[in-house]
Design a protein around this ligand. Structure first.
Ligand SMILES: *[C@@H]1O[C@H](CO)[C@@H](O)[C@H](O)[C@H]1NC(C)=O
Ligand SMILES: *[C@@H]1O[C@H](CO)[C@@H](O)[C@H](O)[C@H]1NC(C)=O
Ligand SMILES: *[C@@H]1O[C@H](CO)[C@@H](O)[C@H](O)[C@H]1NC(C)=O
Ligand SMILES: *[C@@H]1O[C@H](CO)[C@@H](O)[C@H](O)[C@H]1NC(C)=O
Length: 254
């Protein structure tokens, strides 16, 4: 009897402590986001952390929770808030987050390379219309449930990671209006991503954009150039050797 009570008490304690622990992490998450971004329009003024009623963060502007009386964040939508800063790494403490929309702000800098560790359960990631730069991290391809990936109108450079083609649930994608280079990944043809998804990246190529330059043609070209350069260098050298050899022979004949 007392054993059962003890076990029950332990289980209950574990459940509750886990539960409040998770809630506290979610609160930390929003607190760190608020401290990591600049908010010139004061759109995050409802994010006040003094009232700690269960689920108080669920009333914050742009925040939705799984249940209104439980501080467990489902999605964060801060589109058009005029926020300035880098990708807020504190977001990793919103560990049940499935939707993140930071579109139409003034976020800049590189995305963290470990995106999967920060937001592993996202189904929607919208970072469009910001100033994010550098390469699109290949780790996005490990966010298994991602079905919407909007990265258009940023300053991304470098290749579009070929691993993105591994995202089996991806149905909406745009990387238009960046500065990406190289081939479009080999997405499943059933996805039918159109031109709109990739447009205005001056050096991106391959279906549905223009074909990439044929690498063999490139090798042939460099081969021909090599031969021409070789001939140009070799001709005078061989003439010189001829001359030395000839003169040498003449000398020995003498
Ligand atoms: C705390 O928040 C809850 C829910 O939003 C609200 O009902 C309550 O009045 C608030 N308490 C204080 C002291 O602001
Ligand atoms: C982004 O910031 C720049 C200056 O840093 C400012 O000129 C521009 O208006 C801002 N854009 C938005 C959408 O807030
Ligand atoms: C992600 O990488 C950053 C450095 O870029 C590091 O500070 C942070 O601890 C990493 N986060 C996780 C959850 O691995
Ligand atoms: C994706 O996850 C797997 C398994 O954890 C890991 O081996 C791989 O390096 C990850 N890929 C990227 C691009 O992060």
């Amino acid at each position: 009897m007392s054993m059962i009570t003890l076990v029950a008490t332990c289980l209950w304690f574990l459940l509750v402590s886990n539960f409040t622990g998770a809630n506290q992490l979610n609160i930390n998450c929003l607190q760190s986001i608020k401290s990591q971004v600049e908010d010139p329009n004061d759109y995050l003024s409802s994010w006040v952390f003094s009232n700690t009623t269960q689920g108080f963060i669920c009333k914050f502007s742009g925040v939705s929770c799984w249940h209104d009386d439980e501080s467990r964040v489902l999605s964060i939508k801060l589109s058009g808030y005029g926020l300035i800063g880098e990708f807020p790494q504190g977001i990793k403490d919103c560990s049940d987050l499935v939707g993140l929309d930071l579109s139409r702000n003034n976020f800049s800098g590189a995305l963290p390379s470990n995106m999967t560790d920060l937001v592993p359960l996202l189904t929607i990631l919208d970072l469009s219309y910001n100033q994010f730069s550098d390469e699109i991290p290949p780790s996005l391809s490990n966010i298994t449930y991602l079905n919407t990936l909007m990265l258009q109108h940023n300053q991304f450079t470098g290749p579009l990671p070929s691993l993105l083609a591994q995202l089996r649930r991806l149905s909406r994608l745009s990387v238009a209006n960046n500065r990406l280079t190289g081939p479009v990944p080999d997405f499943d043809s059933s996805l039918n991503f159109g031109l709109d998804s990739f447009a205005n990246n001056p050096d991106l190529c391959g279906s549905p954009l223009d074909a990439c330059p044929d690498p063999e043609e490139g090798i042939m070209k460099s081969g021909m150039i090599g031969a021409m350069v070789g001939a140009a260098i070799f001709a005078p050298v061989s003439a010189f050797l001829d001359w030395v050899f000839f003169n040498g022979k003449k000398e020995t004949r003498r």
